[in-house]
Design a protein around this ligand. Structure first.
Ligand code: AMP
Length: 569
């Protein structure tokens, strides 16, 4: 279920003509197929053509230029590695310091497996550090125009052997007044270079800069599917602007507030699907992963559980969700902004079917506003940008739910039996207090029913603590309590073997063919794990796990007797 280095390469990327290590790098990142801009841009760039493309942040444009650039540098330069002081072979100009860091980091990720060095240059950081990095040899430089020009004038950046120039977010660079700096930088590069320009919007000044610096470019605009207004199902569309680090907590808040009956949460990559599913499950939400890296049998099982409404949350990639025909999805949540407006429309088509109201929620990054606007243009329907519900909002919402439930009960009647209790208590207490105490009891009970432990403080994906400190049976009382007594199983292989809660849930649910909802607290220690399972399933789960491998290793399973029930030490 996890993405591993043995995963087959992504055929979509391989068919674009990229070199093997690059195809492997994107597969390892969990990308299932190229985004529209990648599919269009990569082949032309690999042919060596100049290119102008209209693409905003969130479309996958960084990989669209970085992969062909890396392909070219590895093919032509071999793998000699950076040569000190030899000058840059590729230059990416970006408008801001943040983008310089972000693009350099992305290029570095895609360059894994090549020996190419990437250096970001931006203002507000010490010059000497950047100079040292350049002296060590940097084949790929990602720079803001101002700082780039500064280095060029000092002679610390040399562009006389430049092979590839990328103008990223060119419209924004022009808005920020960098036109002359860009011209001055380009003037220092050889005319033989390949040049690509990316902009989110088209304006005559973009055409002008393209005319000055590009030669017979291929022009790409990702075609917009024309969709008549009103064709979309009845879907309430909402977006929250949140940074990447806030996303897990924001999703938890949204899930708590919306309390969806059944939701699909879309992620971009397999890795993200796996990690998010683990995080959600560790906090007591019943989530199942669905992505192209899973074998068909696993996928079928997940789909079945979701269709049978046993799983509330399906976390999926677009590719895996493609053939999904599910009638009852109440919420579609875009954990990441999709790679194109059309993909958004496709995703939200999963909710609001057959006349039901659906809700589409997008967690967009601060730079992804523009994407939301282009979706609005495409669908001709508004997306409301809201602030995240606060804890007070959640509380108010739950109070309201309790009030409504009580109202319904009062209207229905049939509680005469209870009057004797009220009468008895009324000897000692005010009737209003008795009523308030009763309301508190049902409110607290339904709060627990709502289940999940809050996803705060923010879990960090990379270094998430073992979740079992908070037993899942406690976080989500619906699950284990229905299954009677629980037992603890000690399973060999722990944190050091790379075992994560999701691996155990996957192995138990998959191999013993039991619903993951029956699995309780999971504690991962260094060399083993302890899992809480229903007493009645101990034999079946033990037999199934003993016959399988987790993270490639055979495991031994034994039951822990009561004295050791406090878990691993
Ligand atoms: P960008 O538009 O370059 O800022 O990319 C937006 C996000 O999409 C980044 O987080 C990338 O890692 C991710 N991404 C880029 N290409 C793909 C792909 N083919 N499949 C899944 N995710 C992708």
């Amino acid at each position: 279920m996890k993405v591993s280095p043995e995963d087959p390469p992504v055929p979509g990327f391989a068919s674009l003509g990229l070199a093997g290590p690059l195809v492997a790098a994107v597969a390892a990142l969990g990308y299932e197929e190229p985004t529209p801009i990648q599919r269009e841009a990569i082949p032309s760039l690999l042919e060596g053509r100049d290119l102008v493309a209209q693409a905003a942040t969130g479309t996958g444009k960084t990989a669209a230029f970085a992969l062909p650039l890396l392909d070219r540098l590895t093919r032509e330069g071999g793998s000699r590695g950076p040569v000190a002081g030899s000058g840059a072979r590729a230059l990416v100009l970006v408008p801001t310091r943040e983008l310089a860091m972000q693009v350099a980091e992305a290029v570095h990720k895609y360059a894994k497996g090549t020996r190419l060095a990437v250096v970001p240059l931006y203002g507000g950081a010490p010059m000497d550090q950047q100079v040292r990095a350049l002296r060590r040899g940097a084949e790929i430089v990602v720079a803001t125009p101002g700082r780039g020009l500064d280095h060029l004038r000092r002679g610390t950046l040399v562009l006389s052997a430049l092979e590839v120039l990328i103008l990223d977010e060119a419209d924004e660079m022009l808005d920020m007044g960098f036109a002359e700096d860009i011209d001055a930088i380009v003037a220092k590069t050889p005319a033989t270079r390949q040049t690509a320009l990316f902009a989110a919007t088209w304006a005559p000044r973009i055409a002008a800069i393209a005319g000055r610096h590009l030669t017979n470019p291929v022009r790409i605009t990702i075609a917009r599917e024309k969709r008549p207004a009103g064709k979309l199902p009845r879907v309430r569309q909402v977006a929250y602007i949140v940074s990447r680090a806030q996303k897990p907590a924001a999703l938890g808040r949204v899930l708590d507030f919306e309390a969806p009956k059944s939701a699909i949460v879309f992620c971009r990559t397999r890795l993200e699907v796996d990690e998010l599913t683990d995080t959600l499950n560790a906090h007591g939400y019943g989530a199942h992963a669905l992505h192209g890296g899973m074998v068909q049998k696993q996928r079928d099982r997940v789909m079945q559980a979701f269709r049978a409404e046993q799983a509330e949350i399906l976390v999926a990639t677009d590719v895996a969700a493609r053939g999904l025909d599910i009638e009852h999805v109440s919420h579609v949540i875009n954990y990441d902004v999709p790679s194109a407006p059309e993909v958004y429309v496709h995703r939200i088509g999963r909710t609001g079917r057959i006349g039901r109201e659906g809700v589409a929620i997008t967690l967009a990054g601060p730079r992804e506003h523009r994407f939301l606007r282009s979706v609005e243009t495409l669908t001709r329907q508004p997306i409301e940008v809201l602030t995240l519900p606060t804890v007070a909002d959640l509380r108010a919402r739950r109070f309201e739910a309790t009030r409504q439930a009580l109202g319904a009960q009062l209207a229905e009647g049939g509680f005469d039996d209870m009057r004797t209790i009220v009468d008895a208590l009324a000897q000692d207490f005010e009737v209003l207090d008795i009523a308030a105490a009763a309301v508190k009891m049902i409110h607290d009970a339904s709060d627990k029913e709502m289940g999940a432990a809050p996803l705060e403080p923010e879990p960090r994906f990379e270094a998430r603590p073992a979740p079992a400190k908070r037993p899942r049976s406690q976080a989500s009382p619906r699950q284990l309590s229905e299954s009677g007594d629980v037992a603890l199983l000690r399973i060999s292989g722990g944190r050091r073997a790379g075992v994560r809660p999701g691996d155990l849930v996957g192995a138990i649910a998959g191999e013993a063919d039991v619903s993951s909802g029956v699995i309780g607290a999971i504690t991962i220690a260094d060399d083993h794990a302890v899992v809480e399972v229903p007493e009645g399933l101990v034999a079946r789960i033990t037999a199934a796990l003993s016959a399988t491998r987790i993270k490639g290793q055979k495991v031994s399973v034994r039951r822990i007797t009561d004295g050791a029930a406090s878990g691993p030490r």
